[in-house]
Design a protein around this ligand. Structure first.
Ligand SMILES: CC(C)(COP(=O)(O)OP(=O)(O)OC[C@H]1O[C@@H](n2cnc3c(N)ncnc32)[C@H](O)[C@@H]1OP(=O)(O)O)[C@@H](O)C(=O)NCCC(=O)NCCS
Length: 161
């Protein structure tokens, strides 16, 4: 089992940086290691130098990513959370909360009232994390994920403003 890194002062040093040609490889490695779904090359291309995407790189290794995008969804434009994750070794030290601040800031700067995401129905830890930060489950999308078990997703929403 991988050991969790000592990270008492990690929060003080957190800094998001853009995805660049230089860090793209480590970002891809991070994403492949934390999500059960694979992201397309188009996703990574869209991430490059995009101010709606941030990564935390520590000692040359990407350890966290947040990617958001305004999207039209049912009742109107929302801030959709496309990717949100922290490397297992760095969890439970406040990095996820730091990424959530980024989401809220982007919502405000884009004048969007709601943030929204899909989460696998079995992902209890992430669901609890989001609920503790004001997100609520509004619906279930059966068979949302391909090649994942379970394939179903919850849609979670938060009103930011
Ligand atoms: C969900 C996820 C992003 C949370 O990231 P994280 O860095 O662990 O988040 P935080 O450290 O801010 O918070 C996690 C918990 O640790 C606690 N915590 C934070 N700092 C802590 C510390 N110094 N000591 C002990 N606990 C701490 C928080 O209170 C929080 O508990 P809560 O969820 O009950 O409120 C992470 O588990 C993850 O990457 N999961 C896999 C990817 C994923 O599922 N993403 C979502 C897809 S939709």
């Amino acid at each position: 089992m991988e050991e969790k890194e000592v990270s008492g002062d990690e929060q003080l040093q957190l800094q998001l940086e853009p995805v660049t040609a230089e860090n793209l490889k480590t970002v891809r490695t991070l994403v492949a290691s934390i999500f059960p779904v694979s992201y397309s090359d188009k996703f990574y291309q869209e991430c490059l130098e995009n101010d709606l995407v941030g990564v935390i790189v520590k000692n040359g290794e990407a350890i966290a990513i947040v990617a958001v995008k305004p999207e039209n969804f049912e009742s109107g434009l929302v801030l959709y959370i496309r990717s949100f994750g922290v490397h297992p070794r760095h969890r439970e030290s406040g990095i996820g909360s730091f990424l959530m601040n980024f989401v809220e800031q982007k919502c405000k700067s884009l004048n969007l009232v709601n943030a929204m995401l899909h989460v696998q129905t079995s992902n209890k830890k992430a669901i609890k994390f989001y609920k503790n930060r004001g997100f609520i489950i509004t619906s279930t999308v059966p068979k949302y994920y391909q090649r994942c078990e379970p394939p179903d997703a919850y849609i979670m929403w938060k009103s930011i403003l």
